[in-house]
Design a protein around this ligand. Structure first.
Ligand SMILES: [Zn+2]
Ligand SMILES: [Zn+2]
Length: 291
């Protein structure tokens, strides 16, 4: 990793709901959670899906939860759908007094605060204890179309089309840029991109983008808030992104199907001037910008 490089690790790559069977275990069945480590700042986590539970452990550790470890860092939360928050009450660092988690998430149209909404999802009888009873300190920050700094990392948030208030994020540390757009409604007819989404993606080093559907699936679910693989490829090309991570895989997508898709698209992307891969649980990617 270069001095300004970022290490991006995928802890959950699945969309909509967690899944696990013999056909999905290689790419993984946990929902959206990606961590980013930079040389100078505390970690940044994109989303709090069920993959969050695995963020603190290496692949070989099995005693998860027995010795909770404190975590101090930031979460950039795109929106409040279940598949993006379900890992929070199962994150073992939530049991540590030393944990301080700053959660940045979209402000809500009805004026309710983020804490108020999450308290209604993490409370008895839905969960054994209330969010307020965890030992960790959680600070909430409400966002719209904003530009701000977390330490030495520049963060851009922009509302993007999905269902309900949803943000995409772009972070830049030194010369390295990562864009996270896990839930992105493609237009029902034709390909187009909003100004906000374009700002997030333009010339990014790594674009992590919704690629939930095949065209046939999109025909049936065109207003469910997501993108096709082809739209994700178009967004990467039209914004001159350097690398595209296919992400938010449909829970019905098998490992073998993802292999075939990734193999087919690698050649297509090469012809269009960028790289593509299908994100998998446990995968780490080094991101170094071109000076
Ligand atoms: Zn989602
Ligand atoms: Zn969603």
């Amino acid at each position: 990793m270069g001095e300004s490089g970022l290490t991006v690790t995928f802890h959950g790559v699945r969309g909509s709901t967690a899944c696990h069977d013999s056909h999905t275990h290689r790419y993984g069945g946990n929902t959206s959670c990606v961590s980013v480590k930079s040389p100078n700042d505390a970690p940044i986590i994109f989303d709090l899906g069920t993959g969050l539970r695995y963020m603190n452990i290496s692949q070989t550790e099995t005693e998860i939860g027995l010795q909770p470890r404190p975590f101090v860092g930031t979460c950039l939360l795109t929106h409040l759908h279940w598949d993006h928050i379900q890992g929070l009450p199962f994150f073992d660092s939530m049991l540590c007094e030393e944990t301080v988690l700053d959660i940045y998430a979209p402000k809500q149209e009805d004026g309710r605060s983020l804490r108020e909404i999450l308290l209604k999802k993490i409370c008895p009888p839905i969960f054994p204890i209330s969010l307020n009873e965890f030992k960790a300190t959680i600070n909430f920050h409400e966002l719209g179309d904003d530009d701000f700094m977390i330490g030495e990392t520049a963060v851009m948030s922009r509302f993007v089309p999905h269902t309900g208030p949803t943000l995409g994020f772009r972070i830049t540390a030194g010369d390295s840029t990562v864009t996270y757009l896990p839930d992105h409604q493609q237009p029902v007819t034709g390909f187009a991109i909003t100004n906000g989404a374009r700002q997030l993606c333009q010339k990014t080093d790594l674009l992590i983008h919704d690629s939930q559907y095949t065209p046939a699936e999109f025909e049936l679910k065109s207003d469910w808030g997501h993108s096709t693989l082809e739209f994700a490829m178009w967004v990467a090309e039209t914004t001159s992104s350097r690398r595209l991570a296919l992400f938010h895989h449909d829970p019905s997508r098998t490992d073998d199907a993802l292999d075939v898709i990734a193999q087919r698209l690698v050649a297509v992307a090469k012809n269009r001037g960028f790289e593509v891969f299908a994100a998998a649980e446990g995968m780490s990617v080094e991101v170094c910008g071109v000076v």
